[in-house]
Design a protein around this ligand. Structure first.
Ligand SMILES: [Cu+2]
Length: 118
């Protein structure tokens, strides 16, 4: 019984550690949504936060980890929204990785993925 509880708590702790966003909010939204299957390159990569976020790093990588060029749409000011424009992409899996500073000064990070099909 005690051991089971411990496992549950450990799993919860790992989960929280893996996704610091949960400490702040579960309202972050992205376009494309995580897991989206698209037939063409998204015009915009978009992230929405419920509290101003200063995005300090953002990159788009393919399945091999190669970085794809994106044009960042805003400056380094904290903002509720962030967008970046990717160039035309070949079919494949892509991940957006970002880091930022929340308004309370906490370092945040996240990622989401989408797939481009033929
Ligand atoms: Cu915080």
């Amino acid at each position: 019984m005690k051991r089971e509880l411990f496992s549950v708590l450990s799993a919860a702790a790992l989960f929280l550690a893996a996704d610091p966003l949960l400490a702040h909010s579960d309202k972050q939204g992205t376009t494309p949504v995580h897991g989206a299957q698209l037939t063409e390159t998204p015009e915009m990569i978009h992230m929405v936060f419920d509290d101003p976020m200063r995005i300090t790093m953002v990159r788009l990588v393919n399945a091999d980890g190669d970085e794809m060029p994106i044009e960042r749409g805003a400056g380094l000011e904290p903002s509720l929204e962030f967008h970046a424009e990717p160039q035309s992409l070949l079919p494949g899996s892509y991940t957006v990785e970002w880091r930022g500073l929340a308004s309370d000064g906490h370092a945040m990070q996240g990622s989401f993925s989408f797939e481009l099909t033929d």
